[in-house]
Each structure stands twice: as C-alpha cells, then as structure tokens.
Design a protein around this ligand. Structure first.
Ligand code: FEC
Length: 298
C-alpha cells in the first residue's frame, strides 16, 4: 500500500478532496497544488515505482513459496488503484491469508493507522474472508537501516574526504498535526530511533532531524520545519548538507518538490552545497527487505 498520486490535472481536485476526508479544498488551494505537480513534470513516479516493487516482490517471494504461491496486490490510500479496488480483487481471487504493508516505515495513528482502517474497511465491504496480518512499522529493520546508511556513505563520497565530517546529515519526514503528541503517538520516537541507528551504522554522528511538507490546516504541525532548519544551519556556518528523507521510500511529490526544489533552492540561496540520498524506490535490495518483513509477519 502507498499514498496514491493524481495522474492528470483533472484528478488533482478529487484527489485533494479525498486526502481531506471528503472536504473540498478551495479553488486557490487546488490551483497551488496543480502548480506543484506541474513543477515536477505533471505527475510523479509513485504508482509506477510501487508497481515495480510489487512485481519484483512477487517474483522474489515465489522463489521458495512454501505451500501456496504468493500474489502481490497494489492498493493506494488516496487515489486509483484504491485499497478498496485491491480488496475486491483479493476477495474475487479467493485469498484466505493476507499480509498488508504500507510503504512507510514509521507508525502514526494518522498515517499507517489510516492504511489499517482502509484495508479493514475494504475487506469487510468486499466480504473477503482473508485473515489479515498487518505490519505496523519496520523502522528498525536491520536491512533497512543498513541500506539507508550505505546511501549516506556513498553520498558523502561526493564531498572531498577532508570535508566529509563537516557535512550535516539532515534527516526529514512528513510532519503531522502536533496533536498526535496528545495520544502518545510513536511516530516521532520511531523516526528518531531510525536516525540514531542509521547514523551509528554510517559512523556519521553529525546529524539533525527536521520536519517537512507540513499542511496548512489552521492548527499547529510538528516542527522545526526543514526550511527553518536550513536557515539556522546557515547562521551556524554550516556549508554542506546531505538531505536524507528517512520517512519516505520513493520518489514522489514530497521529494521532488519539497526537497529537490524548495529545500534545495533555499540551501542554494544560502550558498550551501545541498545533496540528497537516492530514494530506495524499486532497488532489488529494498524489495528483499520488504520480502523479509512480509515473511516474518505472515
Ligand atoms: O507523489 C504524489 O503525488 C503523492 C505524494 C505524497 C506522499 C505523502 C505522504 C504522506 N502524507 C502524510 C500526511 C499528510 C497529511 C496531510 C497531507 C496532505 C497532502 C497533500 C498532498 C500530499 N499530502 Fe501527504 N503525501 C503526499 C501528497 N499529507 C498533495 C495535500 C496538499 C498539502 O497539504 O500539501 C493533510 C491533510 C489535510 O489537509 O487534512 C496529514 C504522511 C505521509 C507519509 C506516509 C505515507 O507515505 O503514507 C504522514 C508520498
């Protein structure tokens, strides 16, 4: 399961309405969002990459399938193919055992909890008898930590050896409304746990964490925001920044616009060298991580 992405400018309004739980956004907000999609070429690779992950996962899981072969379905939270569409197919294929995993490593009731609600509801609506194993989070899975650490190590190699220790590794994840703290949501702690484990493994202790992509909903969101953090790093004299969007696995709008355009422009304004680790996307090594998570959960 992944977030979902509109495929055309006409999709943007209903997509955004779905994200907002059915409340229509203002025409100005829709226009602003359309412009962000235009800036990244009209659409993002999220669905294509998710389908590539699914195909490789199905191949890999069936190398030694056990009693019955594995089948991998793709369902999106906010756009086609919706999780409900996948559930209808799962029901009509007569699937009896199902493992659901979101392409988001860290649990929040507001994020992964939403995937859980969507799949529970969709299986019931499709009258599927499937027994569900749901993966809440995989933020400390060793092979995931090692993959991100390796990406940091190879990105740092783009700086001259004598400069590397001074490069600030800037982890980031999608912000959420600050009220998640009121219910002791594990999201923040899981993110920091990932960052600590990754930086230890990469042997690079010069790091910080920032939030990105906060919404404009009239309530406070978790901060500090990455753009403000870049400004304070600049004030502190930091010249080199390596962005590591640890809360995401795939190239999509929040990477291509919020990091590669917005944050990178800000850093450039400050005269910094700003680079980003490559996303995991459908890297076969990442698909092996997912296969292992699924085998453990099922
Ligand atoms: O490539 C694409 O087209 C989709 C990129 C995309 C990903 C993504 C992941 C997360 N979101 C999370 C939380 C929220 C909350 C709201 C919210 C709003 C948006 C909007 C767009 C959008 N998100 Fe997203 N998110 C992506 C795209 N997200 C577009 C609407 C415009 C805007 O606010 O920027 C606020 C809802 C509201 O207004 O009420 C909350 C979280 C994740 C990471 C976990 C995951 O991937 O599921 C958390 C990718």
């Amino acid at each position: 399961m992944a977030y979902g992405s509109p495929e055309s400018p006409e999709d943007v309004e209903p997509y955004y309405t779905h994200i907002r739980g059915g409340r229509k956004p203002s025409p100005e907000a829709v226009q602003r969002l359309r412009e962000r999609y235009e800036m990244v070429g009209g659409r993002t690779p999220l669905l294509r990459v998710t389908r590539e992950v699914a195909a490789e996962l199905e191949r890999l899981l069936n190398v030694s399938p056990g009693d019955s072969p594995w089948k991998v379905y793709v369902g999106m939270k906010h756009w086609h193919p919706f999780i409900s569409e996948a559930a209808e197919q799962i029901a009509s294929d007569g699937i009896r055992e199902l493992t659901a995993v979101a392409l988001a490593p860290h649990y929040s009731k507001m994020s992964v909890g939403g995937y859980r609600k969507a799949i529970d509801h969709a299986l019931a609506a499709a009258a599927s008898p499937a027994k569900l194993a749901f993966v809440d989070s995989w933020h400390l899975k060793e092979s995931f930590i090692s993959l991100i650490a390796a990406r940091i190590t190879s990105a740092l190699e783009q700086w001259p050896a004598e400069q590397r220790a001074g490069v600030k590794v800037l982890f980031s994840a999608h912000s959420l409304p600050a009220r998640i703290r009121e219910w002791n949501d594990p999201y923040e702690e899981q993110l920091l746990d990932s960052c600590r484990a990754i930086s230890l493994q990469a042997a690079h202790e010069n790091w910080m964490f920032a939030w990105q992509s906060a919404g404009n909903t009239g309530e406070p969101w978790l901060g500090p925001d990455i753009l403000d953090v870049l400004e304070s790093l600049h004030t502190d004299g930091v010249k080199d920044v390596l962005s590591v969007p640890v809360g995401f696995v795939c190239d999509h709008l929040e990477i291509e616009y919020d990091i590669d355009y917005e944050a990178a422009s800000k850093a450039r304004e400050f005269g910094m060298t700003f680079r980003r680790t490559a996303m995991l996307n459908a890297d076969p090594a990442f698909v092996r991580v997912l296969a292992s998570i699924i085998e453990e959960a099922g």
